[in-house]
Design a protein around this ligand. Sequence first.
Ligand SMILES: Cc1cc2nc3c(=O)[nH]c(=O)nc-3n(C[C@H](O)[C@H](O)[C@H](O)COP(=O)(O)OP(=O)(O)OC[C@H]3O[C@@H](n4cnc5c(N)ncnc54)[C@H](O)[C@@H]3O)c2cc1C
Length: 245
Amino acid sequence: MVIAADGFESEFGRWAGLKSVILARNDIISALQYRMINVDVDPDYTDFYLGSIAPAGYIWVFPKGEGMANVGIGSSINMIHNRFELKNYLDRFIENHPGLKKGQDIQLVTGGVSVSKVKMPITMPGLMLVGDAARLIDPITGGGIANAIVSGMYAAQITKEAIESNDYSPQMMQKYEKLVKERFERKHLRNWVAKEKLAMLSDDTLDKLVDIVSEQVLTTISVEAILKAIAEKYPEVVKELEDLI
Ligand SMILES: Cc1cc2nc3c(=O)[nH]c(=O)nc-3n(C[C@H](O)[C@H](O)[C@H](O)COP(=O)(O)OP(=O)(O)OC[C@H]3O[C@@H](n4cnc5c(N)ncnc54)[C@H](O)[C@@H]3O)c2cc1C
């Protein structure tokens, strides 16, 4: 879906008159990803690189089978000065990574990714926004596929109810908003605060945080588990998140 900022709205949102689709610049990530072949990466690990290597964002290496990987970057548009800069960051990273440098890119995907808190309203009578259109991407990971599927499922449930009762009123649509809020609102608020915090940290501090996390025995890998691990040793870093983790 179309991402827009600073007074611009998505094509769909403008049509629907929903102000919730407007985003601040710090809530928009510009993303670019290569599908690479003939690379040498560990197929059992997904790698994330944070810090000045990808300002207010990260670089990812997702193995995709024998010698293949998705290698991408996302950075806040607040930190990117022109459209070539993002590509330069990623190309420089690949150039300095022996396992990737020898590979070739066979496909390029680019796009905008919203990283906002849950914003309401996302409905009008007879209309529900799901997935990216409803700005439901996780603000810290930039992952939106699962949330698009879950919100799509909720919308389908309420659509069925609406059709069966021939009721497309605001009250019926708000049942969908309630399901979305219950599922995502608190989690996205926590991850949004963590995202804003993370964007401010120096490379040295990020290195320390990674050291701390690697010393902990994590039974699950989740944003919550990582934040809890950091809170144990570095409470000041996650101070504003205390109530949310
Ligand atoms: C480079 C990049 C990498 C990403 N990597 C990941 C990842 O690893 N994991 C993850 O979870 N998320 C990732 N995301 C985010 C993820 O792609 C989205 O969150 C997800 O695709 C959202 O799904 P959606 O169905 O809401 O929207 P979309 O996937 O955007 O689907 C909307 C569809 O509607 C169509 N459409 C638009 N307008 C109209 C119209 N007027 N009429 C008919 N059809 C229309 C579009 O063509 C599109 O097919 C990434 C995003 C980018 C840009």
